[in-house]
Design a protein. Sequence first.
Lengths: 294, 368
Amino acid sequence: MMTDSASEARWHARLVLWLLLAPALLWLGALIVLPHVDLAILSFRERVGPRQYVASLAQYKTFFTEPLYWHVFVRTAALSVVATLLTLLIAFPIAWIIAKLARGRAGSLLFVVCLIPFWVSETVRTLGWMILLRESGVLPALLVKLGITAVPVELLYRDSTLLVGLVYSSLLFMVVPLVSSLESLDNTLIEAAYDLGASGFSILRTIVIPHAAPGITAGCIIVFMLTLGNYLTPNMLGGKNSQWFTEQIYTQFITRFNWEQGAAFGFLLLVLSTGLVMLGLRLSGQRFGEVMRT
Amino acid sequence: MSTPDLVADAVVKRFADHLAVDTLSFSVDRGSFFSILGPSGCGKTTLLRMIAGFIAPDSGDIAIGGNSMRGVAPNRRPVNMVFQQLALFPMMSVGENVAFGLARRGVGRAERVRRSEQMLERVGLGGASGKRVDELSGGQRQRVAIARSLVLEPTLLLLDEPLGALDLKLREHMKIELKQLQAAFGTTFVYITHDQSEALVLSDHVGVMSHGRFEQLGTPQDLYYRPQTPFVAGFVGANNRILGRATDSQGAVVAVTTPQGWLVRAQRRGTISEGDAVEAFVRPEAASLGRSAAELPAGQPSHSGEVQSVLFDGANSAVLLKESVTHSEFRIALPQTGQFSDLKPQEKVVFSFDPQRAVCFPARRAGA
């Protein structure tokens, strides 16, 4: 009798656990795993005639034989890395001010200031940048007025503009993990290092950065993934010059109606982001589980 | 005579409308153990942080090893600090913690390792340099924190209540260890604490601090046996406080009468005239206890009371009496002979004390 009721209780506990997990599993399975399985199947077939398909590696072969594709691929990866590092450089002082210097209300206020742009849709924000930067826009006109340039210059469709846009749109995702990891840094450690003769720079190098490393890595992973997969910002600020890999995927799916090729590109992007994140973790000596806990 | 290692000259620090350190001047001799003892909020932490350089005094000057420290940043002072929470670097091993300051001074790696291992050896942690900080016990961390500072051979080692976070047993042990370390290294220690027993046990000199000023500066014996202010008498060691008016202030011994009419006699401290409000202090161990007046030392005025509770604490056992006239508490240390081990609450007893061993001060103004 005792064992019966005990096993029944255990069965109940397990049922409750699965019921609680169900929404997450459903979401993961139906919306992430299934489409990806379907995409994987798509990417490994070739259309040989109307409604006729054979299994092949042709889509992946196209990627490596057509220089444009892997050029765009490498360029997207490189610019994403640059954008991530720039975001880190800009976000770190902001996070430091919020976590360590601003007290009470001032800290939360600064945080809100970082958050406010995200209340506006990304499209509208990017259009705002376009209004500022296009040839007939505010900034070129100002440059002419100040006598810096003779005629209005087109500031859009440049790599630097693209980087500005990417950094701007991902700043918050770097600031949040940085603030939380810097907040947990005990101020007396900084004082102790200072007392033991460390300069500001060596405190940063030996105390602050090692402490904040999981936060830095988490922020970098998030920003890198967001940047790599960003479609809107490169498309609007970079135009045709942006040559972002997501645009290639979009073109294959929507313009060229070549779903097989698009699926293969999608998988390549997934492999790229995973590979670079692993590399980053290896280089910084961080472990994924630890990083995700911050 | 050599120059003192630390000289504070009329140091003042004010926070908004609160005077944290009030024109403080003192000096600490080379190689001595100096404690600043005071309740929390007395300004002792502010004073220590000014010596370390984290806060600048509003006026006055601090000189360390004969050099004025005005405008000298904490990382350039010949001073190191052991923090209350120790502040060991969790991202580094024990050895790296100890070598941290040497690395900042540009000492080469091999020399750094050699000196930090040697220092760990001296504090009894030989072979621990590869360990992580969180693998150490509380007492070991304490020693690492001290080793990390002492390896830099500072003129002055500041200690900010470093025993506060330890449990009682370890605290007692570390107290002795600290004193031995100081004697072995010969470095000048400036120690702040609110624990009078730490200050008394460890120090050569103690400054008792209250409201940003030193109430008294002297040897532990001075503070205990010859307190100069009622604050010191009440703060350092256990003491029975008796409030009343001076009814006879001729000579060196003053008669104090409480509002209820209890009369005690105590040595005069400061100017007291007849009718003045005064406070008298009697140490628990200065009073003798008896079941009848015949047991008390001859020639001392006898008082009576009722046992309220017996506070057994080994060698520090005491009995809490309710004095018959005032019904106020009076604490008497129990002799080690076991003579009163059968004392029961509500028992009537008598006690007396030598007026020469009790002190009487003019009463402090209210709020002071």
